[in-house]
Design a protein around this ligand. Structure first.
Ligand SMILES: [Zn+2]
Length: 173
């Protein structure tokens, strides 16, 4: 028997100089999906999780970069515009969150919290991919086969975005 671990992957849109991205719209992962915004510059990701490999931040970045989103790792925290930290989510009931900084439809920054409590099995990996997906501009998906579905458990955890998720992100870049 597989242990079912149910986690909630929350997203918080915190906009600077623009209206907060809304979670009310829940588009299916199709070519017509709405996005929270897009990057006009390269996204540089700094992994501040303390080298906790269970989150696999570089692997998550590598996967999303296959979409055409110009996102890479940096070891220089001062140059990063996406920072991933191992801290409890500030959202009640959530194990991870992403806070976006946007100017109009342009995303200029993102901070990701990944709960250090959920580093076992593949939860950490799934969380990192999910929250970085938000950083790239993806809202939640209504498809349970998408890494952007708002919840997951030990039966649905993913170690990489689905091919459809990659195409969805590709539609934003
Ligand atoms: Zn989310």
């Amino acid at each position: 028997m597989k242990r079912i671990i149910f986690v909630v992957l929350a997203a918080v849109g915190l906009a600077v100089g623009a209206a907060a991205p809304s979670q009310a719209a829940k588009p299916a992962p199709t070519a017509t999906a709405a996005y929270w915004g897009h990057w006009a510059t390269q996204a540089l990701v700094y992994d501040a999780t303390g080298g906790n490999n269970s989150f696999k931040v570089p692997e998550a970045v590598s996967e999303w970069s296959k979409s055409g989103w110009n996102v890479v790792m940096t070891t220089d925290a001062t140059k990063a515009n996406i920072t991933v930290v191992a801290e409890n989510s500030t959202v009640d009931g959530a194990v991870g969150d992403a806070t976006l900084v946007t100017s109009g439809s342009i995303i200029t920054g993102c901070t990701v919290h990944l709960s250090p409590t959920f580093t076992y099995v593949n939860v950490g990996e799934h969380m990192a991919i999910h929250e970085l997906g938000h950083c790239g501009g993806l809202p939640h998906s209504t498809s349970t086969k998408s890494v952007m579905y708002p919840t997951t458990n030990s039966n649905t955890m993913m170690t990489k975005p689905s091919a459809q998720d990659i195409r969805w992100m590709a539609g934003n870049y």
